[in-house]
Write a protein that binds this ligand. Structure first.
Ligand SMILES: Nc1ncnc2c1ncn2[C@@H]1O[C@H](COP(=O)(O)OP(=O)(O)OP(=O)(O)O)[C@@H](O)[C@H]1O
Ligand SMILES: [Mg+2]
Length: 475
């Protein structure tokens, strides 16, 4: 039941309000002075205050000031005489929800109360949701505790609460957008909007109006004024993804926004000012683009105030098990299925692979396995073929041609490609040769009838990282 606290020094008004509002289904408490009212406020936590503007001693305005000081969020409706409407307006500036004038129109009052309570509830819910979102992105969405990721977290923490422009770089799928969101939701702008725009996904001639909006009649078909992403992002963050794809004319316009935080809509003359934080991202080498004259140098420096490079997944392979665990949990929930286990021999293959598509590629693979594997355990044959080359030689070793032949003999039902078998055998033999020669590449190559560079190339391609023989440390 909605609890209302009435604070008024006029006994008749207190009685009338208590009687009427109780009949309307509210729980009503009354107080004859501001001081008494504040006491009740703190002990009973009502949902709404109905406060007389003018009372002997502390008045309605004083109550609002106390609420503001103590950061108490509660809707307040002021009761005011006709002569004091001006001060009622002042009260609204101080945060009062609305005011009603004497003599009281009780029907209208009930409507105002209901609306105020609704709005306040929505506000609270909204705040709660935003806080949830903030917590979710407060690093919990970013998985990995390798030193390279620790560095990224430190950097995010340092820069989140500044307004500096950030340039996130990294290969495709390394988490650039996720990091941009994390920065936004860890910043003081968290309650403002996060507005992403992919500069490569929008046709060049539409990108300008998308970014800056347009005035009615700016071009054929512009029937209405439309606001762009920069205006939408006001008081928040704009994320300019794939920034290298920005056309030269837009590069100029963006430069001005970065410098002055102002622009005009397409076809407009009015200068629009915005308060936005800019985060840009690219998987291209922007310095090279500058050298080649495709990207303005001045814009590059303006964007690159805080460079934030993200590591590729192969530079932080130790995070792979954590990421797999995270995605298994995610898809267990999403697909409503039982979790999937990754036995050591499968994990070994996943750790050896180089992941050119980075975290996205890993995420896609896990999703695919969760859909396709019917049991609760993944086996090597469930993995795409490119992983078969990494089957652990420890568990699948054969030294003589007979044992190699034996391993081929078991042709699985669904078949197997010759290439993957050969690659597998090649890998086993290379490992064996390296093992025999204590990691000496030249000797191992001789054993295999290869030259050294061919062996090293093959090792690289197969992701074989075998320790070299130790050199005497005295040299
Ligand atoms: N460190 C991480 N922890 C958890 N998930 C991650 C991480 N990095 C990336 N992801 C996930 O991988 C996918 C790709 O990430 P994101 O879109 O942020 O990459 P990107 O660098 O913007 O890629 P692209 O250059 O292709 O746009 C997303 O689903 C994201 O949630
Ligand atoms: Mg992206």
């Amino acid at each position: 039941m909605t609890k209302i606290l009435v604070i008024d020094d006029d006994e008749t008004i207190r009685d009338v309000l208590q009687l009427f509002l109780s009949k309307e289904g509210f729980e009503v408490t009354v107080a004859a002075s501001a001081e008494e009212g504040l006491d009740i406020l703190f002990s009973e936590a009502p949902d709404l205050l109905l406060v007389d503007m003018v009372m002997p001693g502390m008045g309605g305005m004083d109550i609002l000031k106390v609420l503001n000081q103590k950061n108490i969020n509660i809707p307040v409706i002021m009761i005011t005489a006709f002569g004091t409407i001006e001060s009622a307006v002042e009260a609204m500036k101080l945060g009062a929800y609305d005011y009603i004038t004497k003599p009281l129109n009780l029907e209208a009052l009930v409507i105002t109360i209901k609306r105020a309570v609704d709005v306040s509830r929505l506000k609270k819910e909204n705040l709660w949701l935003k806080r949830q979102l903030r917590q979710r992105y407060h690093f919990s969405g970013l998985i990995g505790d390798s030193p390279k990721m620790q560095k990224v977290y430190e950097m995010i923490e340092k820069i989140a609460d500044t307004d500096s422009t950030v340039l996130i770089t990294g290969e495709s799928g390394t988490g650039k957008e996720l990091v941009a969101r994390t920065i936004h939701y860890s910043s003081s702008r968290a309650e403002g909007p996060f507005v992403p725009i992919n500069c490569a996904a929008i046709p060049k001639d539409l990108l300008e109006t998308e970014l800056f909006g347009h005035e009615k009649g700016a071009f054929t078909g512009a029937f209405n004024t439309r606001i762009g992403r920069f205006e939408l992002a006001n008081n928040g963050t704009i994320f300019l993804d794939e920034i290298s794809e920005l056309a030269p004319s837009l590069q100029v316009k963006l430069l001005r926004v970065i410098q002055e935080r102002e622009f005009e809509r397409v076809g407009g003359v009015k200068t629009i000012k915005v308060n936005v934080r800019i985060i840009a991202a690219t998987n291209q080498n922007l310095e090279k683009a500058v050298e080649e004259g495709r990207f303005r140098e001045d814009l590059y420096y303006r964007l690159n105030v805080i460079p934030l490079p993200l590591p590729s997944l192969r530079e932080r392979k130790e995070d792979i098990p954590l990421l797999i665990n995270h995605f298994v949990k995610k898809f267990t929930k999403k697909l409503k299925r039982t979790p999937l286990n990754f036995p050591p021999e499968v994990m070994h293959c996943l750790m050896q692979y180089d992941w050119p598509g980075n975290v996205r590629e890993l995420e896609n693979l896990i999703e695919r396995l969760m859909i396709l594997v019917s049991g609760d355990k993944v086996s090597i044959s469930d993995l795409p073929e490119k992983f078969h080359a990494f089957v652990n030689p420890e568990t699948h070793y054969g030294t003589t041609s007979t044992s190699l032949y034996n391993s081929v003999e078991e042709l699985p039902e669904e078949g197997i490609t010759l290439n993957s078998i050969i690659e597998n055998i090649e890998k086993k033999l290379i490992l064996k040769a390296l093992d025999k020669t204590g990691g000496n590449r030249s000797k191992a190559a001789t054993l295999l009838g290869l030259n050294r560079t061919t062996l090293i190339e093959k090792m690289k391609k197969m992701g074989i990282d075998f320790p070299r023989p130790k050199k005497p440390s005295s040299i």
